[in-house]
Design a protein around this ligand. Structure first.
Ligand SMILES: [Zn+2]
Length: 68
């Protein structure tokens, strides 16, 4: 079971497998391969969602403080 946390500026996605993100509006789960965007449109509900409103899968991809 994938746990999701709010996107932060420390969020990372793995270069090859990407990261799962969940729409805060409709809970639709999608995959992104980089976080080099400010906002993207949910493919399910068509809402424009700001980057930091998305939820991102918790764990290995999230926060490595001091790692830029
Ligand atoms: Zn949505």
């Amino acid at each position: 079971m994938t746990e999701f946390v709010k996107m932060t500026r420390y969020s990372r996605c793995k270069r090859y497998s990407g990261a799962l993100i969940k729409c805060p509006e409709c809970q639709h789960i999608g995959r992104v391969y980089h976080l080099n965007w400010c906002a993207i449109t949910c493919q399910n509900c068509r809402e424009m969602i700001n980057k930091y409103d998305w939820l991102v899968e918790k764990g290995k991809h999230s926060k490595r403080l001091g790692d830029s």
